[in-house]
Design a binder for this molecule. Sequence first.
Ligand code: HEC
Length: 136
Amino acid sequence: MRLLLALSFASLGLVACGNANNASMDAQAVASRIQKVGSVQLQSAGGGELRSGEQVYQAQCGACHSSGALGAPKLGDNAAWGARIGKGYDALLVSALKGKGNMAAQGGGAFSDLEIGRAVVYMANKSGGNLAEPKK
Ligand code: HEC
């Protein structure tokens, strides 16, 4: 009887140990997952990863503005862009940020305002404009 009790305590101990191990593994797994998320946030918060106007254009805006789909003014079509550019950078930026006609806000993408601004300047300057590169 004594032996049996001792044995069952021993196995209880093993079970407890096993649980403790699992718990610390879980904690490690959670910690490494949190770390990954944290490092991604650091990169984007650094601000160095913002895309250029050309990159944004190719990723998002070209879908309509390279072909003129849905009535979009085409890249390089100075006549189509002339009157628009004449409204000034701020007006163009507002249209691109908030959407206009068949164009959704941000052209349907998810970018920072500065990236959208860069894309606006990229397109305008490829289409007869001479806008300054936005700083913010
Ligand atoms: C789904 C198609 C589509 C996409 C994608 C798209 N556009 Fe447009 N865009 C349009 C159309 C259509 C117009 C003309 C809107 C109008 O004047 O009614 C337009 C017009 C514009 C204008 C001129 C606005 C004005 O006030 O005259 C700018 C600037 C512009 N787009 C920027 C962008 C930028 C920057 C992107 C990418 C981030 C983008 N567009 C992506 C369809 C698109």
